[in-house]
Write a protein that binds this ligand. Sequence first.
Ligand code: KMH
Ligand code: ZN
Length: 276
Amino acid sequence: MDKLIISACICGAEVTKEQNPAVPYTVEEIVREAKSAYDAGAALIHLHVRWDDGTPTQDTARFQECIDAIRKECPDAIIQPSTGGAVGMTDLERLASTDVVPTPEMATLDCGTCNFGGSEIFVNSNDTIINFAKIMKERGIKPELEVFDKGMIDLALKTADKKGLLVHPLHWDFVLGVQMNATVRDLVYMVESIPAGSTWTATGLGKNAWHIAAATISMGGHVRVGFEDNLYLEKGVLAKSNGEMVEKAVKLAKLLGREVATPAEAREILGLAPLK
Ligand code: KMH
Ligand code: ZN
């Protein structure tokens, strides 16, 4: 089994300080959370950014400021901007997070439309998937294929992959518990549905975080934890930082006998070029 890559989704676009006061908005807070996750063992930071009042933004300059500041504290972390942004943003707006310098090694690529709760719909048409894949391929950005149910795996393969826009081996992120359930059976179904040779990360929303993490560690996948997906360390106990959640994932890995990957090892596992 490969070593375990721990990704930290430190901020997201939806969670608020009202739900957990440690949710970061300002550049300083985002750096604090990225550093806490990195110091605890995260190799990869999945990044959304906010304006100081908490409003999600895909503004290139804000991403640049956050990435530059994170880079000072987490020199070798893989920093993966979101191109999902927030519900309601245009495709152009969403892609602006990748216009930073240097070009990101990775970015998310969402592979289908999804009910996001209440009346919110996260829209990713076939053309969006194809266009994002094309742009990422042209720019040498490795996509993390975000899939919220099994149909999105099929859709990614039938759209972008069929057009030769995805470079193999692919890397997937199974976001369970938004639309699809987050049981081990669901997770196994997802893993069995991706092309051979793919790497994969899984995350469970809210209370689903920890059993999905334990199953993923046991199955040889990689784990994503953080405020974007879950605000609680355990039932009724809010996490004080993203670092606390990464620490828990590291503890689980130790208990289950899986070593944790450094950022350099994570780059090797994901087929990314070593950091210069
Ligand atoms: N905030 C969601 C609408 C991604 O980062 O690519 C989209 C999202 C997925 O979080
Ligand atoms: Zn995200």
